[in-house]
Design a protein around this ligand. Sequence first.
Ligand code: BES
Ligand code: ZN
Length: 966
Amino acid sequence: MAKGFFISKAVGIVCIVAAVGAVATIIALSVVYSQEKAKNNDSNLQPTKPPPVTKPPGPTTAKPSNELWDKYRLPSNLVPNHYNVTLRPRLTPDASGKYIFTGESSVEFHCAEATNLILIHSHKLTYSPVSNGLLARLTAVNNGDTVPGIESVWLQNETQYLVVQLKGDLTKGNYYILETIFEGELADDLGGFYRSEYTENGVKKVIATTQMEATDARKAFPCFDEPEMKATFDITLIHDLGTVALSNGKEIETTEDTMGDVKVLKTKFERTERMSTYLLAFIVSEFDFIQDNSDDVLIRIFARKPAIAAGQGEYALNKTGPMLKFFEEYYNYSYPLPKSDQVGLPDFPFGAMENWGLITYRETALLYDEEYSSNSDKERIATVIAHELAHMWFSNLVTMRWWNDLWLNEGFATYGEYLGAHQAEPTWNIKDLIVLNDVHRVFAVDALASSHPLSSKEEDIQKPAQINELFDTITYSKGASIVRMMSDFLTEDVFEQGFQTYLKAFAFQNTVYTDLWTHLQMAVDATGTALPQSVNNIMNTWVLQMGFPVVTINTATGDVSQKHFLLDPESVVTTPSPYNYEWIVPMRWMKTGAVQALTWLETKSASIPAMKVTGNDWVLANIDVAGYYRVNYDQANWDKLLNALNTNHEVIPVINRAQLVDDAFNLARAKIIQTVQALETTTYLNNETAYMPWASAINNLDYFYLMFDRSEVYGPMQDYLRKQVTPLFNYYKDLTGNWADVPTGHMDQYNEVNAISLACRTDLQECQELTTTWFRDWMNTGVNKIHPNLRSTMYCNAIATGGAAEWEFAWDKFKNTSIAAEVDKLRIALACTKQAWLLNRYLEYALNPNMIRKQDAMSTIVYIANNVIGQSLAWDFVRARWSYIFSQYGSESNSFPNLINGVTERFSTEFELQQLKQFKADNAEVGFGSGTLALDQSIERTVANIKWIAENKNNVLNWFIAESKS
Ligand code: BES
Ligand code: ZN
């Protein structure tokens, strides 16, 4: 997901997956049994007419015990070994205007247990007869072996199977081959084999590409579509002259052929390694590429021709080789393929996908343009590449046995983002950012009673929708946080040794998470590392129960205790925990600036005499937030920490300065400390120039803006924050020679943006003049001199203070730019205007696909709602148009939770609560689709906000008044 976008990356992932799933369900209902389309049964993959599919025995005649096809999981009696797949995507529509692909596949499988039923995944494919009018042909690998005849073949829609009922049993131990000929739609649904479009020099171009994970390989060809069903694949793609075909293996040869009277190209690819189906990829495009060799590995970057010509692939090309080498050393395992292709696609459902040997990206996650990309865009590219390359080992080489252990894939890859990006850009200090981007991000959702454990039970994850739901913040960010915590308490060396033997032992195979514990334990035992309990005991407390603890340290007594941290202390936890919500907590801590030995809290409470301090000494725990927990102290220790911040903040490590702010604000939300005490952690900021504490404060103060920017608290709050940010603004003004230079440090570049954003937000006159002048200069001269780092904030603020002229100018640029990074910056900034009529018109544009791409519609409405002036306009708009929005954007219902949360985020009055309830009642018949849960949560949140304001408003107002004057 693009940085700065309003949704979290994992929420975004889940939502998009849900959308694709929703489309899939709708289409599935209509396609399979009505096979009226032309098909073929020859090897040229040309359409002819098929016979009807043989129907399965009706539910009343079939014995329930035999209905294996009603179960979502494959039986284990047949194991695939090798596939031969030929696919031919059509990049021009057929007579009915539909884009299709045709294919032939044969799969060789082993019979592990006798059975008379072959179940193989197939979704939205239609089949043609192979021989004797049958939709599949079965042969034996060994000539002498007998083969049972086929009784019937049918499609089982709900569970997405092609079912082949045999007249007799397959023989245990024998190998068979199943052949099929099929056709599918090359739809623009971003799943399976799909279509992406763009224009180049006014000409429409069509790409055929794939996204298989989690369960869409079955949409491209019939396959045993579960991660444990690893096999090798021989792929051939048939494609038009002038196009390039890519797949996981390297191209062996491209030959010209004639089909009917059409000349085509046939590209064959090298056999793949043993791999899971979700990692397959096929692409046919007119893309160009650049290439390099890193040792024996060929590295290529593919993208639209103009993007390659403009050099936008160079950054990725330069960074990939060294990163790949870094991971080879880190994992102590050579990259096993001869090539690594990376492709930037104009339409892509996620940020990127780790297909083995053919990684796919959305353009903004791969293509870098010096002139248009900010440092944040660059960081995004470095981290996404690192994430996907890390997957080449954790996911591709060693794969989870079933999706319930998805966090092994995504947690390690998310942790790997920081290591790989650090390797690529060692001056960035990027490893620290995991605390803001992942630990803080996931703390927010893992502190809710509705959270869930990192590890799910295998039996609870069956349907595709259940699998897709797992791609969430918990899996990604808690996974990464827990991996980082392990690397810290085991020490990096022991940790590396553990996963290195794990990777070696399970290469090309599958694992469950306890296999990793076993290997880490082996490393612990081999090195004699001291741990209070086994790796298994320690780690299971973090992966098998949801949430995390708040550790309370009483420095007067040395008593330390832990408690499940809940953002709403009144919420009721109904999820049982095998450990009663107690964790085995590794504590790194310091006493008055001096780092102490690692200390463990293994029970609900304990006496740790070393943590008892007197006089001016203080305790600071969870150094660098290496541990996945929050910390609270006795009042005297809090006071000493605040004093340290205000007098000599550098004695507290920078990550912990950010943490003290985040812990304090969250402890206050949970009513463990007073809200004004949390605000006290921001008083030292007028002496702070580091990015992380500022980012942490701004994140937390955002809630105050939402609650108070329409009330009398707003003025004093603005006065206080303006006072706090002015020194930072001046600091950057000096550092950059009056905004002419770019600060050297990556974090400094980020904090420069914070300084400008907050200074303008708090109406610092000089800031507004600055942004207006730069923007006006662009309007007058036609030359944009604003550095890419500053564009988002400068555009937004100039449009906020400006009028129609600024807005129209930005709109014109938005419509006429083809660089994705720039287009997004403009679209977001257009929502910043304070002119109600412009906002209302922009709302109308959002629902007009000629103005705003359909995929961006919902997020544009949310950006408008983020604006205090746009809030009520967006809410009225959504209420008035709900049934239209629901019918038009229901299929992209991925965005409904974000839409509903976005337009109701500020709600904090009884009146708004009534409106929300009324909205729910009025539209009960239309429904809310994937936004149903979000609507209920919004009602709950509004109730909580009303309470919070009642309890805090006066104190907060008085505090801001006093502090803005002091
Ligand atoms: N394996 C995922 C892509 C994916 C996500 C497939 C959801 C199916 C469902 C990929 O490795 C990934 O995690 N991509 C991230 C980017 C990453 C840098 C966090 C994404 O797309 O947001
Ligand atoms: Zn991933």
